[in-house]
Design a binder for this molecule. Structure first.
Ligand code: FES
Length: 148
């Protein structure tokens, strides 16, 4: 029998890292998948410009859960600038094969991370790079579209 998901996807789906809610997060990001309506919440704790803790809650399919788990693994310990460079290609590199029909599920992770860092910057009156502001506007628009 051939499974739809790679072993890596199944490992992260069955044993996700950093799953759960975080109290007193320094930044929080929400990202929705416009194709299916699934949603991811991401919480970060920041110290000395580094992501010292990170947690996610994802209402989504196995790929979305696996993506969330890998993303939190990748982002933990990174500076905010380094974390902003993470994109879904980095996540897919770790996960290996994802069925083409599930590719859209991989965007949730880096969107939510960018939103959490955006939120942190906003709350701490930091300067927000123009490209991040643009990405934020797009994500907010997408999240809205999906909720009506
Ligand atoms: Fe919704 Fe995968 S089907 S995130």
């Amino acid at each position: 029998m051939k499974y739809l998901y790679s072993k890596k996807v199944m490992d992260h789906f069955l044993h996700p890292k950093n799953m759960g809610r975080m109290k007193n997060a320094d930044g929080m990001g929400i990202a929705g998948n416009p194709v299916c309506g699934d949603i991811m919440y991401l919480y970060i704790k920041v110290k000395d410009n580094k992501i010292v803790d990170i947690k996610f809650e994802t209402l989504g399919c196995p790929v979305a859960i696996a993506v969330s788990s890998v993303l939190t693994d990748l982002a933990k310990g990174k500076t905010l600038e380094e974390a902003l460079k993470i994109d879904n290609k980095d996540i897919l590199k770790v996960l290996g094969d994802v069925p083409p029909i599930k590719m859209h599920c991989s965007i949730l992770g880096d969107d939510a991370l960018h939103e959490a860092i955006y939120d942190y910057y906003k709350k701490h009156n930091k300067q927000i790079p123009e490209w991040l502001e643009k990405k934020h506007q797009q994500i907010v628009k997408r999240n809205k579209e999906e909720h009506h």
